[in-house]
Write a protein that binds this ligand. Structure first.
Ligand code: SOE
Length: 395
């Protein structure tokens, strides 16, 4: 007979079972397996509109039950946490309803598709926090050990005041003009394109790493391929179809670029693209401070290049962020046994569960998500007007 007290369960319902639903389901099960958590999370229900597809996903992921309607999921009293992995257009409605029903809520990034939704979500989160209900937005790159290490080098003052932020997130999956018009290319569902999907990560990371908000931006966005085949049809086949349109208009950006001013004087350059031929998922962040610099490259996720004027003299040193003392490495393997992209979701779930158990609000918060949204909006405004836009407008 063991005298150890069993942790209470934390029953999770995931809404959405595409790419992110899978990543989160794996994150939840690994979190329970690797961390000695004060609450024991498990995914109890997977929710999606396509009953057959959601059942198949649930079986593969080992989730015991499914549900076809998120509203029902939120009403269930055997669910403690709602994990939102759907397109951006549904985030606001689901998150506000979940928080009002007293469910802890994790929401994929970007928080919302527009400022009105993001504001409603941030105020629902603030009200729910009063009642001890947690909310978190899934900017998973904060949970990369090397980037969390970069954050602590900045906050410990090792790099001095930051002067430059240089950040890019480059993919190339839209280079082929026959790639179909999926939801990610439609403003009604996705809000924006590369700007919201990839630029949101850059903006959140820049503000997290420097600890300073972006106060104004000058940006531009571009859509290089404006018309694409509707999903499920090749142009050749669809040309013979009898039911009308075979292509549709792309209503989001393929690429965005902007420069930014930070509070405290730093300047930043940002680029997000789905048209950067040859780049698959290339996230690059560099900070230059008065006493040192850090460089991170997602394709070398375990490494942080560090330059400290006093310590490294003539060049950058490669730090392998796999020591037990490095962020999140207490969960994993001996030094040098490297981690990958999916570990960011495990760390996200571990941080969230620990915050809930301790009665703290986790980070990144919905307020952080709203701050990112304000900057995305300002980049859009700047691209339309051709002038600088303040990120504080409308917050
Ligand atoms: C697709 O562009 C995508 O999966 C993003 O939605 C993720 O946030 C990013 O991490 C990788 O690319």
């Amino acid at each position: 007979v063991s005298s150890r007290r069993e942790p209470q369960p934390l029953r999770v319902g995931i809404v959405g079972h595409g790419f992110m639903g899978r990543a989160h389901a794996l994150g939840w099960s690994r979190a329970r397996q690797v961390a000695n958590l004060p609450l024991e999370p498990y995914v109890a229900v997977l929710c999606g509109r396509d009953t057959e597809a959601v059942a198949a996903s649930a079986e593969r992921l080992g989730v015991p039950a499914t549900c076809g309607d998120w509203r029902e999921l939120i009403q269930r009293d055997d669910i403690d946490l709602i994990d939102i992995c759907t397109p951006g257009s549904t985030h606001g409605e689901i998150a506000v309803a979940a928080l009002e029903a007293g469910k802890h809520t994790l929401c994929e990034k970007p928080l919302a598709n527009n400022m009105a939704e993001a504001k409603a979500m941030a105020s629902a989160a603030a009200a729910a926090a009063e009642a001890g209900v947690a909310s978190m937005v899934g900017f998973n790159y904060r949970l990369v050990p090397a980037l969390a290490l970069a954050r602590s080098l900045v906050s410990d003052g090792r790099l001095g005041a930051i002067r430059h932020v240089r950040a890019s997130y480059l993919q190339d999956w839209l280079v082929d003009p026959s790639f179909p018009l999926t939801w990610r290319l439609q403003a009604g569902e996705a809000g924006s394109g590369a700007l919201g999907d990839l630029g949101s990560h850059l903006v959140d990371l820049a503000q997290y790493l420097t600890g300073k908000p972006i106060i104004s931006v000058l940006g531009l966005t571009e859509t290089f391929v404006r018309e694409r085949p509707l999903p499920g049809r090749s142009v050749g086949l669809a040309a013979t179809a009898s039911d009308g349109a075979i292509t549709g208009q792309v209503s989001v950006d393929d690429a965005a670029a902007f420069v930014a001013r930070f509070e405290g004087g730093a300047i930043g350059t940002f680029e997000a693209s789905r048209m950067a031929t040859g780049n698959k998922n290339a996230l690059h962040v560099e900070l230059n401070g008065e006493r040192g610099s850090v460089v991170f490259d997602l394709e070398r996720l375990n490494e942080l290049q560090v330059y400290e004027l006093d310590a490294t003299g003539g060049g950058f040193a490669r730090v392998l962020a796999t020591e037990p003392s490095h962020p999140f490495l207490n969960l994993w393997w001996p030094p040098g046994h490297v981690l990958g992209w999916e570990h960011t979701f495990v760390h996200e779930m571990v941080s969230l569960v620990e915050a809930i158990a301790a009665g703290r609000q986790p980070e990144p918060s919905f307020a952080d998500g709203l701050a990112v949204q304000a900057i995305l909006q300002a980049v859009g405004e700047s691209s339309n007007s051709g002038g600088w836009a303040s990120t504080l407008v409308g917050v």
